[in-house]
Design a binder for this molecule. Sequence first.
Ligand code: MN
Length: 500
Amino acid sequence: MLAVKNYKFWFCVGSQDLYGDECLANVAAHAKEIVEKLNASGKLPFEVEWRPTLITNELIRKTFNEANNDENCAGVIVWCHTFSPAKSWILGLKELRKPLLHLHTQYNEEIPYDSIDMDFMNENQAAHGDREWGHIVSRMGIERKVVVGYWADPVVQEKIGSWMRTAVGVVESSHIRVMRVADNMRNVAVTEGDKVEAQIKFGWEVDAYPVNEIAKSVEAVSQSDTNALVDEYYEKYDILLEGRDPEEFKKHVAVQAQIELGFERFLEEKNYQAIVTHFGDLGSLKQLPGLAIQRLMEKGYGFGAEGDWKVAAMVRLMKIMTTGIKNAKGTSMLEDYTYNLVKGKEGILEAHMLEICPTIADGPISIKCQPLSMGDREDPARLVFTSKEGQGIATSLIDLGDRFRLIINTVDCKKNEKPMPKLPTATNFWTPQPDLYTGAEAWILAGGAHHTAFSYDLTAEQMGDWAAAMGIEAVYIDNDTTIRNFKRDLMLGDVVYSRR
Ligand code: MN
């Protein structure tokens, strides 16, 4: 389901015709060589494509509009090999709508001390050509990423690769469609939001369907399809009967299998990539979708619980941005549930009633079937597991009434200190950076929600760059955070963003 287009990034090198044909021939040859070697580096998740050297107002404008109109182009990478007078770029830049990376590099790594002359200086002057170019982009207030360094340096290549994922997030954001088969949970504030503004800012389409329409799609799934999926579950997961009758248990699991198939078919038919449910609004569904939603998230769908469409869209976005990462550790919706406040072991137990994506699991995954304390349906089957260790990011997109704010907390995930045999949900356990006390204080001051979109495979920088490209405020909570500075960040955000 999670198939991201085979995107390409255009490599556009700036120059001018002042230095003669030989110089321009070298510029083009060097650019082609760089493109070839970047593509061979194995560091880039998407291909780079060479474009003819940009030297005139007309060509720049034409090239950028071609980039706009090429749906396979997810961004433009610009580098000025020589000087390239920046007024020539104004009209093109004004019209460019694709994500922009300024690669501030140089063809040669080292100054050629023995042979350097003025011809060399003219040909290799990114150090000053790129400053001229950067000036006009700043003056025009255009959002872009700047990566500095030698193009063959793996660190630089990784930075380009990391930005490519952000750019794909920017381009793909406007293709996210969230299906609401339940409204926001009554009286809850933080999961609410302005759906019209979300479409204006992020391109998200958030639509409602009566829950019984999707329930009908579930009822239409045949017994044989359902049984085949149940067999797959029983092969893949451990079954924790915990005293329940095996046949009765299997019937409960089959309800989730039927929901998985019915939901997926309905989402595909209507072209949605994310969904929200609500335990209090289930229509004729027999169980709250648990295992079913967990499996759909694993396939790449976004999900938000209790009608939380912002989280559903964010989970989908982050799954798109992490597509194809080798040894990916996972992306899921999570919820801050309960604390461990023992000194030296502080952290937050992350869980939800049911719906946590198995991509974040570490070790075996089991199916359990237990009553829910909320709602009025039969005991739902769900996947239970613990999560991987390591760094991740928890994000919360909130609507402040006059604007959106993205809160990004870098967190350190740890193994649970002890097993929790009576807890019938999947969990993650993390300590927010810089520590629980500062992290939670900052999160609360920023107005962050209890639901989060979490990933091991993205960085705060990538999400912050995405927010910047969307024109919204982002605040970071990490090892550099102090409450005094964080409050100043929030005050600055109030000044900058509430006037837009
Ligand atoms: Mn919840």
